[in-house]
Design a protein around this ligand. Structure first.
Ligand code: NDP
Length: 452
């Protein structure tokens, strides 16, 4: 193979920007990974020759399709659906489906790119993908959601399969939506196979899957603190979001002796100085999953709490731990500065890329322990991988066994981050550690395949 001129980081990023014009989230995600990888591959000629970074930053394929459905007033509605298959170098494509009005190709490309490194970090054989639609389940009836999901799967089923691409849930896609989509896949193909994860226990789901992302983010936080001989017990935490990841992260913080002060949704956040205990978390879960209500209603139920509306985020509340668990770019430079000023000691991301590049720099400059989503929230996809194994073997493992496996998987991810991210002064750059460890496995597999 002929040697290729080494391009520098600026030239590489200029090319990414030119080829993905206007796709800000995707460019941000590539930049965050590439700055660490450039350093790592500096003296590794084989990666340059094979143009590995250039190839990883180009998805294997993107499928985009029309999704038509009829609302309860018999009006025809038209949405756009996508599946981004980023890389199947180390296993079949794997990553969630997101239903939210903000979904577009850039958001899904960033998520599929991140997923590739995250899945690699778990140590399980899973490639990276992501998909979804610009459909807003909020305010829709169950029948409308069912018709949308069925129509979405009527196209998606051609592109997925248990050995090809196995989607899961994400924002706006929970147990209800997975049920409707799995049912439609089964109806169209006449096959029962583990094509989706996040299924209910009655039809092939895995114990621990609903809890896995939130619990995993807290286990990762505990691993980071233990590495410095510290712990969660007795510490206060600010959490954003009030969905699957946020409520389970809150639950695990409480179980480990911490005090949760906030939860949020896209309208605002609640601050409960008495702490959001298990009963209150259960109430929020019912509010979100059964009544599909808003977090502001918390203050009608619990009079000691305050509500801050107009899309306010909780980062101004004083706490030692911060867990962004809502969405991308929800924690900006100013928010990071406020957290540091108020004495935060560690940040663990339940959401994907919730902190902007400028926010991450604030944490690193202040030597705050900071766990990026691709490592900290990998517990969700890891247990999805275990759901795939159980489906293939036609067995189900019990809760205790899966809880132990999740704990071990998060420890393994933490160790890999430390291996590649610990500096001589003892500070662990978890972003660098996660990027390099995640990249190396995928890149070495790509080298084995030759040029394709
Ligand atoms: P849910 O749909 O269950 O909850 C999402 C929460 O985030 C809701 O409270 C929602 O509020 C809030 N939110 C969504 N968009 C915004 C926004 N633009 N601004 C402020 N708040 C917003 O999703 P999940 O809990 O499953 O996912 C949360 C994050 O975790 C996402 O980044 C996802 O990619 C990531 N993740 C999820 C995994 C999983 O297993 N579910 C796995 C790994 C990562 P509202 O109701 O107002 O929309």
């Amino acid at each position: 193979m002929a040697a290729t001129d080494h391009v520098d980081f600026e030239t590489f990023m200029n090319g990414v920007k030119r080829r993905n014009s206007g796709q800000t989230e995707f460019i941000q995600a590539v930049q965050e990974v590439a700055q660490d990888i450039f350093d790592f591959i500096e003296d590794k000629e084989e990666y340059h020759e094979a143009q590995i970074l250039r190839r990883i930053a180009e998805p294997d394929r993107i499928v985009s399709f029309r999704v038509c459905w009829e609302d309860d007033n018999h009006c025809v509605r038209v949405q756009r659906g996508w599946r981004v298959q980023n890389s199947n170098a180390i296993g079949p494509y794997k990553g969630g489906l997101r239903f939210h009005p903000s979904v577009n190709e850039s958001v899904l490309k960033f998520l599929a790119f991140e997923q590739t490194f995250k899945n690699s970090l778990t140590g399980l054989p899973m490639g990276g993908g992501k998909g979804g639609a610009n459909f807003n389940p909020k305010g829709k009836s169950d029948s409308e959601v069912m018709r949308f999901c069925q129509s979405f799967m009527t196209e998606l089923y051609r592109h997925i399969g248990p050995e090809t691409d196995i989607p899961a849930g994400d924002i706006g896609v929970g147990g209800r939506e997975i049920g409707y989509m799995f049912g439609q896949y089964k109806r169209i193909t006449n096959r029962w196979e583990g094509v989706l994860t996040g299924k209910a226990l009655e039809y092939g789901g895995s114990a621990m899957r609903p809890e896995a992302t939130g619990y995993g983010a807290v286990y990762f936080l505990r691993n980071m603190l233990r590495h410095k001989d510290e712990d969660i017990e007795g510490r206060s935490a600010v959490i954003s979001g009030s969905g699957n990841v946020a409520t389970h992260a809150a639950e695990k913080i409480v179980q480990l002796g911490g005090k949760v002060l906030t939860l949020s949704d896209s309208d605002g956040f609640i601050y409960d100085p008495d702490g959001i205990d298990q009963d209150k978390i259960d109430w929020v879960k019912r509010l979100k999953n059964e009544r599909r209500g808003r977090i502001s209603e918390y203050c009608d139920e619990y009079s000691g709490a305050e509500y801050h509306g107009d899309g306010a985020r909780p980062w101004s509340v004083e706490a030692e731990l911060a867990l962004p668990c809502a969405t991308q770019n929800e924690l900006h430079q100013e928010d990071a500065k406020a957290l540091v000023k108020n004495g935060v000691v560690a940040v663990s991301e339940g959401a994907n890329m919730p902190t902007t590049l400028e926010g991450v720099k604030v944490f690193h400059d202040a030597r705050i322990t900071y766990g990026p989503g691709k490592a900290a929230n990998a517990g969700g996809v890891a247990v999805s991988g275990l759901e795939m194994s159980q489906n293939s073997e036609r067995i189900s493992w019990n809760h205790g066994r899966l809880a132990d496996m999740l704990t071990e998987l998060m420890e393994g991810i933490h160790e890999k981050c430390v291996q590649y991210g610990e500096a001589e002064n003892g500070y662990v750059d978890y972003v660098r550690g996660a990027n390099i460890a995640g990249f190396k496995k995928v890149a070495d597999a790509m080298l084995a395949f030759g040029v394709m």
